[in-house]
Write a protein that binds this ligand. Structure first.
Ligand code: NOJ
Length: 757
């Protein structure tokens, strides 16, 4: 057969003559659109996608559905030879774990110059809480309840990542998590659907900035769809079995909010849901995501989750797993290689419709066009820009600011904090005081732990010259050696105040890091018990990625600061709080239980038919523990105090079309200025299905000078009163509602109103 030769992305392409007329038209569209770079209407992109699709063989289309990892080691990213061969052979549409302007350029060159069609690659990476400048872990950042700061941290991450050749981050993680045994609770926004949804939106806005295709933006990826956080017993990758009502009411809204905010992509989850692994679930990937929610981006698997459908016991081999996934609506296969291995034969045998593959490729190519990669595949590979962007002083300052906003003051007896500047000697003790390598937490992307500021360094930098700062490690994070206890106790004895930094290793949270105990690991509590005996005031600085069971600390030490893993600027941010340069304002995004036997414990529980009564054995409670948390959701102290006035309502009765204004006066009753997160909760007293005892429906972070009062207003509409009713329709029901306003989910003022038809 005679062939004609055409040029696409500067590549000579040989094409069979039969198709040449169609192809010439297609190429004309592609090339003419390339000239009008600013024209980004959806029609234009669709036409351009079609023009490329018309050139592709089925094998090349399947190749576009594949995402492989490059190798990554301490000296920087590299790629295995066979992945380069796969790229050359057109068997890869995207690469992850490769970053850096020059490195991504090299890989892009293989795709653009050495494949038949020269279709550019997408580069993805886990940019979870910062890229080079590392911000607090996501759970910690959620404790700031500061949506602007959270958006800004995602924005900075996107600036850095895109300057290093990346187009796509695997974030935000929108999984609601109510079981602190699950290590990945650290990667999300905690237990609450409303807060989680607001934060999901802030993160998508931050990552995608002014839109995909802007040079400083990256595509967001909403993960892990769906309900990964409901893994039974908090064990990672474990079974999820929840009702459709709970799925829709508690777990789905944050993913949906992120998609409504324009998130470009979605990642499936590892877990099964009602007997079907998410990656093979048409209900999730097509019915809910695309049909109900109108999602138009592409769906990628979480890692080898197509392959994992074999051990799940729902597919017997590569082909059946690949068929399940593509039929469910999953567009891109991360790392399993099952699409590459099986889809061609499945189509040839008539077992999978080619249309499904066509639709998946179209979604992926669309994003490549929107990213501008067909206009210039190297547009994100600018070494100059990379140099001037990464870890800029502005970014470090922003990280310090959001880090200190994320710190939660859990206890401050006799106002030991902020530290008195006249103290002569401060002892800094504990395995996390100098543990530079732990501070950036899990999923710290391309963050360089060597660049983070330790607590000891932060304290030394902030302490006045008259204050002596002495250090002793005392013990390790997680072993049973008490060998160095005596040295630590000696140092404590000579100090005016002892700051003890304890908690978890970064690797004890994140993926595959479930714990069966929530206690401080190793002998850390024992160390504090010994120090406590000196009678010196003890300030505990916690670094950890999940709620810990610390009732002994709460009872015995003078002050406790929850600092999570704060990232690059950890030490400075904590010192700002310790010395009062910043008045803590963080509030817990997750309940802290007293003991592990209470788990799962969250504020938005149901009342049950036998609510807890201390005087009645036959009520819902434990014989050996109370039902109360150690620290409730939304809790956090300040160096000042706030008082809440009575709540007033604009009306006592509203109709479904009405609006209710809830007002509450909040006063700073202390001596220093401070910020407070004013929280509004609702309870629907009687419904056609039972309702939680409290649901967060609004919050405002405000700042008050000493003595200042602000009238805080919240507006409630029918949407805030709606839920999945008995027949699963979404809407409200007439009746009485309680409104609660306060500084945490437990200590609130209350009032009620009626909703009429
Ligand atoms: C597996 C994790 O579950 C997911 O969150 C992550 O994005 C991918 N691996 C890629 O690293």
């Amino acid at each position: 057969m005679k062939a004609i030769t055409l040029k696409l992305m500067n590549r000579n392409i040989s094409l069979p003559r039969l198709n040449s007329v169609i192809i010439l038209v297609a190429l004309f569209l592609t090339i003419s659109c390339r000239e009008k770079k600013t024209e980004k209407s959806s029609d234009t992109v669709d036409q351009r996608v079609d023009s490329v699709l018309a050139l592709m063989t089925l094998e090349e289309k399947i190749g576009q559905l594949t995402l492989y990892t490059s190798d990554y080691d301490v000296t920087g990213p590299s790629i295995r030879e066979n992945y380069k061969d796969d790229i050359k052979a057109g068997r890869v549409g995207a690469i992850f774990n490769a970053f850096g302007a020059s490195y991504t350029r090299k890989l892009q060159e293989i795709a653009v110059k050495e494949t038949r069609l020269g279709i550019p690659l997408i580069f993805g990476y886990d940019v979870i809480h910062g890229h080079r400048t590392i911000f607090p872990i996501s759970l910690g950042e959620a404790a700031s309840w500061d949506l602007k700061a959270i958006e800004q941290s995602a924005r900075i991450a996107a600036e850095e990542a895109s300057a290093e050749g990346l187009h796509w981050t695997f974030a935000p993680m929108c999984d609601i998590a109510r079981d602190p045994r699950w290590g990945r609770i650290s990667e999300g926004s905690g237990e609450d659907t409303y807060l989680g949804s607001m934060i999901a939106v802030a993160r998508v806005k931050g990552f995608q900035g002014e839109g995909i295709g802007k040079l400083n933006s990256v595509m967001a990826c909403v993960k892990h769809f769906a309900a990964y956080g409901a893994a039974q017993a908090g064990r990672d990758y474990h079974t999820v079995d929840i009702s459709d009502r709970t799925l829709r009411e508690i777990y789905l809204p944050p993913y949906k909010a992120a998609i409504d905010a324009g998130a470009a992509t979605v990642m499936t989850s590892f877990n099964e849901l009602d007997g079907i692994p998410a990656t093979g679930s048409k209900y999730l990937m097509t019915d809910i995501l695309r049909k109900e929610w109108g999602f138009t981006g592409f769906v990628v698997t979480d890692y080898t989750s197509i392959m994992e459908m074999i051990p799940h016991g729902i597919a017997e081999d590569t082909a059946s797993a690949a068929a399940l996934a593509i039929e469910a609506g999953v567009d891109m296969d991360m790392q399993a290689g099952f699409y590459n291995d099986a889809l061609l034969n499945l189509v040839k045998q008539g077992k999978v419709k080619e249309d499904l593959i066509q639709a998946a490729v179209r979604r992926i190519l669309r994003k490549k066009f929107e990213l501008g990669l067909f206009d210039d595949p190297y547009r994100y590979c600018n070494e100059e820009r990379e140099k001037s962007t990464v870890m800029k002083p502005d970014f470090l300052n922003a990280a310090r600011d959001v880090s200190r906003k994320s710190i939660v003051l859990l206890k401050n007896e006799t106002n030991v904090l902020p530290l008195n500047k006249n103290l002569k000697r401060v002892a800094v003790i504990g395995p996390l005081a100098e543990a530079r390598n732990e501070l950036i937490g899990s999923w710290s992307a391309a963050g360089d732990w060597k660049k983070s500021v330790t607590l000891l360094e932060g304290i030394r930098a902030a302490a006045p010259s008259s204050m002596q700062v002495v250090y002793e490690k005392g013990c390790n994070i997680n072993d049973d050696s008490t060998r160095n206890f005596s040295k630590a106790v000696q140092v404590a004895r000579q100090a005016d105040v002892v700051i003890v930094a304890v908690g978890e290793a970064a690797s004890m949270t994140g993926e595959a890091s479930s714990r069966a105990s929530l206690n401080l690991p190793g002998v850390q509590q024992k160390l504090i018990e010994e120090i406590q005996k000196t009678g010196k005031p003890v300030v505990v600085v916690l670094m950890n990625g999940r709620p810990l069971t610390i009732p002994w600390l709460d009872k015995n030490v003078s002050a406790i600061l929850e600092t999570w893993f704060l990232g690059t600027q950890s030490g400075h941010a904590i010192a700002d709080v310790l010395f009062g340069a910043y008045n803590p304002s963080g509030k817990l995004p997750v309940t802290f239980p007293k003991s592990i036997g209470q788990v799962p414990l969250y504020y938005g529980m149901k009342n049950t038919g036998r609510p807890m009564d201390p005087n009645n054995k036959y009520t819902s409670k434990y014989l050996d523990e109370t039902n109360d948390p150690l620290y409730p959701f939304g809790y956090g102290l300040s160096y000042t105090t706030f008082s809440y006035g009575d709540i007033t309502l604009s009306k006592n009765r509203i109709s479904t079309s009405g609006e209710l204004v809830v007002t509450c006066a909040v006063t700073n009753t202390g001596k220093v200025s401070g910020e407070e997160v004013v929280q509004l909760y609702l309870r629907d007293r009687v419904g056609s299905v039972t309702r939680p005892v409290k649901e967060l429906k609004g919050f405002q972070k405000i700042s008050l000078e000493p003595g200042e009062t602000k009238q805080i207003e919240f507006k409630l509409t029918n949407a805030d009163l709606s839920f999945y009713r008995r027949d699963m329709s979404f809407g409200s029901e007439p009746g009485m509602f309680d409104v609660f306003v306060g500084g945490n989910s437990r200590d609130t003022k209350t009032i009620s109103f009626e909703l009429t038809n």
